[in-house]
Design a protein around this ligand. Structure first.
Ligand code: H2B
Length: 99
């Protein structure tokens, strides 16, 4: 069972993500980011690569795509809030975005 994000991780890794384009959702304990790409193929390529990581982690994003934009929300449904899996997937997505 995944556990809620610790206070230490909230002060550490989570703050780093919040300085890197992620924002806290206003209505629940989740983080959100909009990635913008040059075109649909690049956006969809990002989603395909992120999907493989999500499946491997058994941790899945809430997301949507319109043309060159991918809007991502990360939350751990099992704890109804953030866990270290959300931090991990956010870090992976940011890394994929740069590659
Ligand atoms: C049964 C399965 O392991 C769970 O439903 C997993 C799948 N993917 C998940 N993804 C997310 N974002 N949160 C979860 O709690 C979650 N739980």
């Amino acid at each position: 069972m995944t556990e809620a994000l610790t206070d230490a991780a909230r002060a550490g890794e989570l703050q780093t993500l919040l300085g890197n384009g992620w924002t806290k959702a206003t209505d629940r304990d989740a983080i959100e980011k909009t990635y913008k790409f040059r075109n649909f193929i690049e956006a969809f390529g990002f989603m395909s690569r992120a999907a493989l990581h999500a499946e491997k982690l058994n941790h899945h994003p809430e997301w949507s795509n319109v043309y060159n934009k991918v809007v991502v929300t990360l939350i751990t449904h099992d704890v109804d809030g953030l866990s270290k899996l959300d931090v991990k997937l956010a870090q992976i997505m940011d890394r994929l975005r740069e590659s």
